[in-house]
Design a protein around this ligand. Sequence first.
Ligand code: ADP
Ligand code: MG
Ligand code: ZN
Length: 494
Amino acid sequence: MEKKYTPTIGLEIHAEMSTVTKMFCGCKNNPDEVRPNFNICPVCMGHPGTLPVVNKQAVKNVLKVGIALGSTIADFTEFDRKNYFYPDIPKGYQISQYKFPLISGGTLDGVELTRIHLEEDTATSKHEEGDFSLVDYNRAGVPLMELVTEPVIHSPEQAGAFARELQLLLRTLGVGEANMEKGEMRVEANISVSEYSAEETAKDHSKFGTKVEVKNLNSFKAVEKAIAYEVKRHIALIEAGEKVVQETRGWDENKQSTFSQRKKENSHDYRYFPDPDIPKFTLSEIPEFSRDVLSKELPELPWIKRDRFIASFDLKKEEADVFLYNPMLGSYFEAVVVELNAEKKAVRLAANYILSDVGAHLKVQPEIDLALKIAPKNFASLMALIVTNKVSSRGAKDILEIMWKGERDGVVAKDADAQKIAEQFDLLQKSDEGALKEVLHKIISENPGPVADYKAGKQQALMFFVGQAMKATKGSANPELLKDIAIKVIAELQ
Ligand code: ADP
Ligand code: MG
Ligand code: ZN
């Protein structure tokens, strides 16, 4: 009988906070600075005798994340020194938090969180050909939050979804860009495989398998693939009667596999102790850090907005997510909804047009401010024309194109309103029933074959007439109307 294995995953995610200055000094926090060692000073270079000053904005950012996640905010908190030697950490220690993190508990995407603390980022090293490395201290001292989840994730997809949701939250809160490709968000996955069921493993942690930590995951896909790879590898080892070694592994994007890096150090190796240069603080004594004050600064949270979009506008989760991930598109959609008085059919139509046609235009010209290009009011006027059958979908696409470009074939649009554009460019749908009836009469009398098919019960045959009539009217007729008229004409010709 095939054995049941339960993969268990816990994530440790680092994310740089977007702040004006670094964590403990006045240097600019600019992730896009290309000149090496440009934003540096004696503090972030770790010169002896310098004193760190805590960046309030960074603390607020992390507190906002905690409030959004329903976590407990510490009352007492302190910063600790995590001692280790490496060229990217010039002081010989990293200022981090150990026993008293800013945030504990809470959940994100159904995953329980252990803690979130604040620390400083390290420098970046470049290992050059030959026997030397270059170190750039622009990143040294950038505020970095570290979020740790409980070991409660059970699939690669769930881990990927969690990381995506965190990125979305950080962006929505405006506390971090969390671009994985740029290293602004870095995911480490702890993976183990248990030979017991998920329920048994959850109840009794001694039933966990040996965990392996995978680093260097710089895309969501890499997170998912590395976890899937490890789960397979662990199962193969267990089946072969071998032991999983507890270690840190890296992800090799080229080989699409993980490789052993080092045996994991224990936390006592770091000789953590409270940083004597930084005052310990009681958060409740600092008014700007109060939950009430910070709660008021929170925008609508992504999962709340998603549910609202799905429930109020009849969107699929994937559609809502496009709007969430592209806030300009999302707020544009909402502005259009207001113009449409939230009329259901028109709103659904607007979503379709914004997600497909407008989205395609924006792909080509991403720097465009959509609301300036096509005012929501005018976009709404186009939706109204479609809903009332005044333009065909073909005509609507043409109008949208004219709205985007402001002209067609060198003829400048005189007005930005959809109705006016439709009139100027002769794009209004011909719904003069008499004229359409004439067109269909001719087509139907010339095509006895499809008529017979239709009479034999083939509804599909109607589409032949609709298609022919569309051709005859150069796409300006309403297909639904054509269908109705065709049925009438056939009945009359009996
Ligand atoms: P360490 O002391 O080795 O850093 P922690 O207990 O601090 O271990 O946990 C670090 C991360 O590893 C957390 O995200 C936690 O959820 C996860 N983790 C702990 N044990 C396991 C396990 N057996 N399988 C998978 N993940 C685990
Ligand atoms: Mg750890
Ligand atoms: Zn500095």
